[in-house]
Design a protein around this ligand. Structure first.
Ligand code: DAS
Length: 330
């Protein structure tokens, strides 16, 4: 509408491919500041009144959960100041974890949108500018409120709770199984087709260091020696990515049972889709055996997301009953 102020959107940049350029050595490195990133995108100034903040400038494997609790607190302050939405740019390698963490940490209705790029700015077909513009449009949109944290790339809108990176280089790498993207952008306008049915809020103060949680994938013929070291190494919990519906070789059961008596042991599936079973198989090492021994079923969460949820719960010093109640998912 003529004369209306554009919505205010805070853009927090954290590095990644979207901000990477050549340097004196091989490959590219995240070097572009928030102002440089934002000023390179045509049309951004018309989409929103942007406040660009260089929050971190790293490859995304360097990010930690502590970075995210600090970022969540910063975003909350912006929303209290009347910002319509927030965008986070970062490396795509860890977006499925960071976006899920922000989804749990934040309770706001204003959209928080995470984006990145698969092709860096030195390459033909760099996707960063289009992804950033799309993310800002989603963050500024009233229709995208109340959906939790969103991931926007390739003109698709994904709910953080479902999204995964599925390909090392394809710009269409982000997929949401089993629900699919909850919306898309067409000619620059966001459209929401599906709304996630409930939100989970797990607030954690920004001065708390989340405890270490091990993530172990069980492979064929696994002899369990890593599992045996989990407690001695000081892990506060473990997520086991088991085979199929939640199965391990029978000889791992005593170690898992003994661990589950001392720390939370969450049972996820290494398949990456579908729920962990609860009552289908009865062989030694099956899901019924492991649940009987005290393992907590991760529901439809994969191992990476189950680990984030467990870290946040333990950072809050949640009691065992509270941890059990927070799983399964959704
Ligand atoms: N794979 C790169 C990216 O997509 C690196 C990173 O995650 O920082 O941004």
């Amino acid at each position: 509408m003529a004369g209306t102020n554009p919505p205010r959107v805070a853009v927090f940049t954290m590095g990644g491919t979207i901000a990477s350029v050549s340097h004196s050595g091989p490959g590219v490195r995240p070097r572009l500041s928030a102002d440089e990133l934002v000023s390179a995108v045509p049309g951004l100034a018309e989409a929103a009144d942007i406040d660009a903040v260089s929050f971190r400038q790293v490859a995304s494997p360097e990010l930690t959960l502590r970075d995210l609790t600090v970022l969540a607190a910063t975003i909350e302050r912006r929303f209290a100041d009347g910002y319509a939405g927030a965008v986070v740019t970062q490396g795509t390698d860890t977006i499925e974890e960071t976006a899920f963490a922000l989804d749990l940490l934040l309770d706001a209705d204003a959209p928080v949108v995470v984006t990145g790029a698969m092709r860096n700015p030195t390459l033909p077909g760099a996707d960063g500018p289009a992804n950033l513009l799309a993310a800002v449009r989603v963050a500024a949109s009233g229709d995208c409120r109340g959906l939790g944290c969103l991931v926007v790339l390739n003109d698709e809108i994904h709910a953080a709770r479902f999204v995964r990176k599925t390909h090392t280089t394809n710009p269409a790498t982000f997929r949401s199984e089993p629900a699919g993207p909850i919306g898309w952008l067409a000619e620059g306008t966001p459209h929401i087709a599906l709304r996630p049915i409930r939100r989970h809020h797990i607030p954690v103060a920004d001065d708390v260091d989340p405890p270490p949680i091990a993530l172990l994938t069980v492979g064929l013929g696994d002899d369990g020696r890593l599992l045996g070291e989990v407690e001695r190494l000081g892990y506060a919990g473990v997520v086991v990515e088991a085979m199929g519906g939640g199965h391990v070789p029978a000889h791992l059961v005593p170690a898992l049972a003994s661990l589950a008596r001392r720390v939370p042991v969450v049972l996820a599936s290494r398949t990456g889709a579908g729920e962990v079973l609860r009552e289908t198989y009865g062989f030694p090492g099956s899901e019924t055996d492991l649940l009987e021994q005290g393992a907590i079923p991760a529901g439809a969460l994969d191992g990476l997301k189950a680990r984030i949820l467990l870290m946040l719960l333990l950072a809050r010093k949640e009691e065992p009953d509270g941890i059990r109640a927070a799983f399964p998912w959704p």
